[in-house]
Design a protein around this ligand. Structure first.
Ligand code: TV1
Ligand code: CA
Ligand code: ZN
Length: 393
């Protein structure tokens, strides 16, 4: 209908299940699994499924989750019920077992099913890449980068990204992990802290006292000991409120381009958290859908096998726009799809403005003041280039 055709000699797979999207974190919780339904409906309205291999994903097994997570944590996660932990109304954030049951990581009905479907989605994507059956595998239901081996954190219970990268490491010597979520990708960084087989790069808002999780300073580049193979293999790009498309794209291409030359990854794992978009309920940046998508386009241009994950994203209409646009980039249809959201798209009224590319003014009442000076961004690039002088493969 929109001239969407299968790219020749190139396979994109889309991994999702409508079952995952039925779960609820709670009325006021910012994480809305329903945004995945909205994304899929937009992808479908544009006719993109014709150009991809579409897979309904499954729940990951206990053994698969156990490849990263500890058994005692998984046992508790799989059995804990919402009513097990009467919440302390006075102290909603008070210490709880494995950080479960607080306001960020509530225990809700079907939690274990939700977590294992997210992991199943990312693991299926990783297997398609490992077996060379896909060139790009899309897992919008994954990207939960804060989860730790034995602890939930920041809306994340199971680290599907770590599980997927472990799968990639069975066939690829080196994996480059890139994280454009507005939050620091701390769980993935920590999991691969002591290895040079994974380089982690996170772009995020950094303000230790006021912005979650508070880690990811420019100088944090992995173990300090040169004897540790992980030294220099964690890259952090700390940013301030209001960064624009132009600044972000230049920064991204300079940093990722140099990393590609020095580290020479054999595969890419790209976390596309959409909370870095302008107008996000939790985010602070001024990125438009085009600027966010440019990161996906640049990574694709490197010609390496790639998994793209979801992640954060708390204004569902913008999450759906970004991830639908990025799906079109994966299949090479981004120049063919019309900017106007199709008339027949379900929930079309949810988008408020009928365009895929709202302006900053359409995204929020008042664009945020840009607190990133070009001078500071040049210092960041210089520091990263300096780190990469220690890296050669
Ligand atoms: C329930 C109801 C939970 C309303 C949580 C925003 C809520 C937040 C809520 C919220 C909220 C956070 C912290 C404070 C650490 C806590 C998927 C001492 C309006 C990948 C996770 C952010 C981001 C966690 C996840 C953060 C991701 N911000 N309303 N909670 N405590 N938690 O600051 O990276 O996007 O905000
Ligand atoms: Ca990030
Ligand atoms: Zn986030």
């Amino acid at each position: 209908e929109y001239g969407i055709v299968r790219p020749k000699g190139y396979t994109v797979s889309y991994h999702a299940t409508p079952e995952m999207e039925k779960h609820h974190f709670g009325q006021t919780h910012p994480m809305k699994p329903w945004r995945l339904t909205l994304t899929k409906s937009l992808v479908t309205a544009y006719g993109m499924p014709f150009a991809m291999d579409n897979y309904v994903t499954r729940e990951a097994t206990y053994e698969e989750l156990n490849a990263f997570h500890s058994s005692d944590y998984l046992d508790y996660l799989s059995t804990a019920a919402p009513e097990d932990q009467p919440r302390d109304i006075e102290n909603p954030d008070k210490e709880v077992k494995y950080n479960l049951g607080g306001s960020d990581c509530p225990l809700f009905h079907g939690l274990y099913n939700y977590c294992s479907m997210s992991a199943g989605c990312s693991l299926d994507a990783a297997r398609k890449i490992s077996s060379n059956q896909s060139d790009i595998a899309i897992a919008w239901g994954g990207g939960l980068h804060h989860a730790k081996r034995y602890e939930a954190s920041g809306f994340c219970y199971i680290n599907d990204i770590v599980l997927a990268i472990l799968q990639l490491l069975r066939t690829f010597p080196r994996v480059l992990y890139i994280d454009i979520d507005v939050h620091h990708g701390d769980g993935v960084e920590e999991a691969f802290f002591s290895t040079d087989r994974v380089m982690t790069v996170s772009f995020h808002k950094y303000h230790p006292e006021t912005f979650f999780p508070g880690t990811g300073a420019l100088e944090d580049n992995g173990p300090k000991s040169e004897n540790n193979p992980g030294a220099h293999h964690a890259i952090n790009v700390p940013l301030q409120d209001g960064i624009t498309d132009e600044q972000y794209e230049a920064l991204f291409e300079s940093i990722i381009g140099t990393i590609n030359e020095r580290y020479r990854p054999s595969a890419i794992a790209l976390q596309c958290g959409a909370d870095s978009l302008a107008g996000d309920r939790l985010g602070r940046f001024n990125l438009r859908v085009q600027g966010h998508g440019a990161c996906v386009r640049y990574c694709k241009s490197l010609g390496l096998p790639m998994i793209v994950f979801g992640g954060g994203g708390y204004t569902p209409r913008n999450v759906a726009r970004a991830w639908a646009y990025e799906t079109s980039i994966a299949i090479g249809a981004d120049t063919r799809i019309p900017e106007t959201i199709p008339d027949h798209a379900p929930w079309r009224e949810h988008f408020i403005h009928d365009t895929l590319f709202p302006t900053l003014e359409q995204s929020m009442n008042e664009p945020r003041h840009n607190r990133n000076s070009d001078k500071r961004l040049r210092e960041i690039v210089a520091h990263v280039h300096e780190q990469l002088r220690f890296v050669s493969h």
